[in-house]
Design a protein around this ligand. Structure first.
Ligand code: SAH
Ligand code: SF4
Ligand code: F3S
Length: 464
């Protein structure tokens, strides 16, 4: 399909963005070219997320916009890929603007689907029928697609994401991911390491291993069982790789000690842990089907800090889960105060059809009102902001090493003394965001900055 232009947009998490990179790479190899402009595109692909209703609404409203564009450009092909495609399947295909619906486990077919849509104008549906019962053959097809295409289309210079695990088997009561991404499958360590080697050859300095519960990575090969700690060591040994990160972890004891030890021992394994707690109330944790208590979780954090003293920890919380009383919420506030997260992602509960809670007949049960949810969200954010502010302040006057991402979108804060240099943004090994003035040519490279000012979520400094 030489000469056809594709525009692709991601609306989801890191996994979703990684799929976008794979799809982009596959289409490029098939002769398509990419365009940043939707209006110029022959094909528009939207990679979607189903985790909260709001994420789906954004996609639906974008489809409305595309329907409008198609009035003047009826030949344009619109494809919806990703988690929402898998969840809604043929219902989504009924949408006037949509030509292709392709679930996350069907992306190896993307070139064929797009080519067919351009030639035949027919609608096509590619979703996995029994997503919880995927076959070995399906896994192999995905693995082949994933390892063949690598990630030449890096989105941040010098950095790449590499999947360690697909899917999830945890079935947290609120969560749609196991039903749209399928069962947990660990990729072979050799495939992961080969991929990282290729990336390092292309100049990648930081890799982030991805999985919904990446710390539970486990792969048996002959006599040996590989865990995440092994992958971290193997990745660190690759020439050119300087920093190795991983997200997201599930609070569990399995392999935890090994992972912490590798963090403590290897300067390349970044001292950063994203370990969502979701709630500080044991009653709510049980209802969520999270398999730990708040006390046990906090002890896990103590242990992490004992082994890796400068570790930075980030969290996720859901407020307004069905049945969350004022006392339950107070327990969450307590936990956020005690956990001392670097930062926290806070979400308002959103009922998702098909999840455990929904199947238990608690479908639309969403008994904490919208106003209360909003109030709790704001309150929890304020508690976290105070902690973040204190932790950030400790960086004042210190020197930090950052991997520069590129130009900062923040308003220029040091315009007077910036000289000719623009404002750059980078991240430390512990995931702190650092903003400073410097030459754009530093993008994708390491730099040192001295911190002169802080805000809860950003450190500001001067290039050394
Ligand atoms: N696998 C990761 C992240 C999954 S989705 C983990 O287990 O931590 C990212 C976050 O979205 C979750 O941590 C959770 O806080 C939030 N989330 C998931 N389902 C949700 C729902 N139905 N409503 C609100 N937030 C939700
Ligand atoms: Fe969802 Fe729980 Fe799996 Fe995370 S661990 S993806 S929250 S089911
Ligand atoms: Fe990610 Fe959303 Fe799917 S969080 S795995 S894109 S449902």
């Amino acid at each position: 399909m030489k000469g056809k232009r594709v525009h692709i947009k991601s609306f989801g998490c890191q996994m979703n963005k990684l799929d976008t990179a794979l799809v982009t790479s596959a289409l490029r190899k098939a002769g398509f070219s990419l365009t940043g402009s939707e209006k110029e595109a022959d094909v528009v692909l939207i990679n979607t997320c189903s985790v909260r209703e709001h994420a789906e609404q954004r996609v639906l409203s974008h489809l409305g916009h595309l329907k409008h564009i198609k009035k003047t450009r009826p030949d344009m092909v619109v494809g919806v890929i990703g988690c929402m495609a898998q969840r809604l399947g043929d219902k989504l295909l009924e949408h006037e603007a949509v030509n292709i619906v392709c679930g996350p486990a069907q992306i190896p077919r993307i070139t064929e689907l797009v080519t067919k849509a351009l030639q035949e104008k027919a609608k096509s549906l590619a979703v996995t029928e029994k997503i919880r019962k995927t076959t070995e053959k399906q896994n192999q097809t995905l693995e082949k697609f994933e390892s063949a295409y690598g990630i030449e289309d890096e989105q941040i210079p010098g950095q790449a994401f590499v999947r360690a695990m697909r899917g999830c088997n945890n079935f947290c009561a609120y969560c749609i991911v196991p039903y749209v991404r399928g069962p947990a499958v660990c990729r072979p360590p050799q495939a992961i390491i080969e991929q990282i080697k290729k990336l390092a050859d292309q100049g990648v300095k930081q890799v982030t291993l991805l999985g919904q519960t990446v710390n539970s990575y486990k792969y048996r090969s002959g006599q040996r069982t590989y865990c995440l700690a092994d992958l971290l060591v193997m990745a660190s040994d690759i020439k050119g790789i300087e920093w190795v990160k991983f997200v997201t972890s599930y609070p569990s004891e399995e392999f935890f000690d090994q992972i912490l030890q590798v963090m403590a021992d290897s300067p390349k394994v970044c001292n950063y842990l994203h370990l969502p707690a979701q709630s500080g109330s044991d009653k709510i944790l049980r209802a969520m089907n999270r398999r730990y208590s708040s006390r046990w979780y906090l002890e896990l954090l103590d242990k992490a800090r004992a082994v890796v003293p400068d570790i930075a920890i980030a969290g996720d919380f859901i407020v307004g889960f069905p049945g969350e009383s004022q006392d339950d919420f107070a327990a969450t506030v307590e936990m956020v105060k005690k956990a001392r997260y670097k930062n926290c992602f806070i979400f308002k509960y959103s009922p998702r059809p098909g999840t455990r809670l929904w199947r238990a007949g608690k479908g639309l049960e969403d008994d904490v009102g919208a106003e209360v949810k909003q109030k709790r969200n704001i309150e929890l954010l304020a508690v976290q902001e105070k902690v973040s502010d204190e932790l950030s302040r400790a960086f004042l006057g210190k020197e930090v090493k950052v991997l520069v991402e590129g130009l900062s979108k923040k308003p220029h804060l040091n315009a007077a003394d910036s000289g000719d240099n623009p404002q750059l943004v980078g991240r430390t090994a512990t995931d702190y965001i650092v903003v400073f003035n410097g030459p754009e040519s530093l993008a994708g490279r390491f730099a040192k900055a001295k911190i002169t000012r802080t805000s809860p979520l950003t450190l500001f400094g001067e290039l050394i």
